[in-house]
Design a binder for this molecule. Structure first.
Ligand code: SAM
Length: 199
């Protein structure tokens, strides 16, 4: 628990990604860095969402920012991930947020088809290959003025990005810009983040 407190304190001091690497350990994978993490934190306290849905929890870095906000501001967070080990680790590492955070092991595609819940804020950072096919179902869970964040907008600019991922993300970016249910603006930091407001 001491380690977790130290980690969260470091996040709040906007430390380098190396700290995240230590936390993520052998499950490290591409994630938000300190600038996007800081952006999300500021956005939370500006937009003040009450109900938050996170799609893809990965290392738990963004989860910890969302859950910390929810605890401070009387919000609720639901985080969905298909990988049992990620859910188990977050349950263990982020247990101080259990009263405001629910973690479920489920396929996001199925969750979005079956859910009738409403979310003021949705954070999509799961798998770019399903971004396009899930966008309409995400929009069904939001109403006018709600916010959707979608990670990886700029990943295709990265020289190490595989060719098929490049084309999937470029195609999705085009689709999103023309999608009438959201007004999308690019936050041009790190791998890029779409800040979308529900029309
Ligand atoms: C890039 S990581 C998320 C990183 C996270 N934002 C962080 O701060 O570390 C993507 C996550 O989405 C999950 N995922 C991918 N496809 C999924 C699906 N169809 N349903 C549920 N989870 C999925 C993966 O298991 C992985 O944990």
């Amino acid at each position: 628990m001491k380690e977790l407190h130290k980690y969260l304190k470091e996040i709040n001091q906007h430390t380098e990604k190396i700290t995240l690497a230590k936390f993520a350990g052998d499950m490290l994978e591409p994630t938000f860095g300190k600038y996007l993490g800081n952006f999300v934190n500021i956005m939370l306290y500006t937009c003040r969402p009450k109900s938050i849905l996170e799609l893809g929890l990965g290392s738990g870095y963004v989860t910890s920012i969302l859950a910390s906000y929810a605890k401070n501001m009387n919000g609720k967070l639901l985080s969905v991930d298909i990988a049992k080990e990620k859910i188990d680790r977050a349950r263990n590492e982020l247990s101080i947020y259990n009263d405001v955070m629910e973690l479920i092991e489920y396929d996001i595609v199925d969750y979005l088809e079956e859910s009738n819940d409403r979310y003021d804020l949705i954070v999509q950072d799961s798998n770019p290959y399903i971004y396009k096919k899930t966008l309409a179902n995400i929009a069904n869970l939001q109403t006018k003025g709600d916010v959707l964040l979608i990670h990886d907008a700029n990943v295709y600019l990265n020289e190490y990005c595989p060719e098929d991922l490049k084309s999937v993300m470029e195609e999705f970016n085009e689709y999103l810009i023309n999608f009438s249910l959201y007004q999308a603006s690019l936050i041009d930091l790190e791998d890029g983040l779409w800040f979308c407001v529900r029309s």
